[in-house]
Design a protein around this ligand. Structure first.
Ligand code: UT7
Length: 332
């Protein structure tokens, strides 16, 4: 027998998500900026998004999702070896949100760090966590994508404020005996296009100052059309490459879980891959774009809805600032 099958391969053995209670609808946004439900729905597919409370932070959302993933897997928090939080909206520049989560869930023996790959963060986090599991360094790795994007959205900019929401998705990675698990992945990046999606202020280039605040540098800025074009090309190519590497045809994929940024982007990727609409999971009408959280939330909802059964093959695919992108094939 193949020794990797005897030892098991890294698998997602628990999944969970959490979204804040407060709902911000397109009708609410009509009262805040010059926009319409019709424009937002037809250009993006988004109908509403969740907004965290003033006293609810990224680590709170992450901790709630993490607890659900651990409960799903039946693993006590004290047995978690490593926590990776993927986020562009940590509670503060440092310490890491992962350390705050470690304390909140009582993962007393876990190492913890944050990882930043914007909307691709959940896939980057799983790929990093998988290396620790496959190498045998850690047995139980918690990967959480969590964002309070409402804290960096410019609520005066109709080009961006209608798109984003808050939430968290979490996955537990462990070895599972047999051949099922994470079958392959492809990550990519292109820093030459860093400028098309960024938050320019608050780092070493432009630290907080009266000037940085008055020029709105602490908000998210995006060239939407450029991001759109790059997203379709990069996600389509990464997905095809990883499917090819796994020797799989799109017809063998039960469910595609794409990053939830724009319905038109999701449809374009489905078309590029030759997927049937019923293969593609979409929930962005409820949550908008939750960046690093979106794939985890969508995967959790797909599992809860019975769209994913043990043994099914899934394709996760994401794209975000950096630019970064990734695709991953998972046998559930
Ligand atoms: O998570 C990864 C990163 N993010 C994404 O993947 C998002 C990628 N981009 C997109 O989803 C789309 O580009 C947007 C939804 C952001 C924009 O859609 P678009 O079809 O590319 O529209 P556009 O930027 O070309 O804007 C069209 C028009 C503009 O008016 P003019 O210049 O043609 O008169 C905008 O000012 O729509 C206007 N507009 C709006 N109108 C009403 C932009 N935002 C709004 C709005 N309400 N909220």
């Amino acid at each position: 027998m193949n020794s990797s099958i005897e030892l098991g391969v890294c698998a997602i053995t628990g999944i969970g998500s959490y979204v804040p209670q407060r709902i911000l609808t397109n009708a609410d946004l009509e009262k805040m900026v010059e926009t319409t439900d019709d424009w937002i729905t037809s250009r993006t597919g988004i109908k509403q998004r969740r907004i965290a409370a003033d006293n609810e932070f990224t680590s709170d959302l992450a901790a709630r999702a993490a607890e659900k993933a651990l409960a799903h897997a039946g693993l006590p928090a004290a047995e978690v070896d490593l926590i990776i939080v993927a986020t562009i909206t940590p509670d503060m520049p440092f310490p890491a949100a992962a350390c705050l989560v470690q304390e909140k869930i009582g993962a007393t023996r876990a190492a913890a760090f944050d990882l930043e790959a914007a909307c691709t963060g959940f896939l980057y986090g799983i790929e990093v966590g998988r290396q620790f599991v496959n190498s045998g360094v850690y047995k139980n790795v918690l990967v959480i994508g969590a964002e309070k994007l409402s804290s960096i959205v410019d609520w005066q900019d109709r080009n961006t404020c209608v798109l984003f929401g808050d939430g968290a998705g979490a996955a537990l990675l462990q070895r599972r005996t047999g051949s099922a698990g994470i079958l392959g992945s492809k990550l990519g990046s292109d820093g030459s296009k860093a400028h098309i999606l960024s938050m320019p202020g608050g780092g070493s280039r432009q630290p907080a100052s009266v000037q940085s605040v008055s020029s709105r540098a602490h908000y998210l800025h995006m060239e939407g059309k450029e991001v759109f074009k790059n997203a379709v090309v990069a996600m389509g190519a990464a997905a095809k490459e990883v499917l090819g590497n796994c020797g799989l045809d799109i017809s063998q994929i039960k469910c595609i879980i794409p990053h939830q940024a724009n319905r038109r982007i999701i449809d374009a990727i489905g078309e590029r891959l030759g997927a049937a609409p019923e293969q593609v999971f979409v929930n962005l009408e409820k949550y908008g774009n939750t960046s690093a959280a979106s794939v985890g939330i969508a995967l959790d909802e797909a599992v809860a809805a019975g769209r994913v059964q043990r043994g099914d093959k899934l394709l996760l695919v994401a794209f975000g600032a950096g630019l970064t992108w990734g695709a991953m094939v998972v046998e559930w």
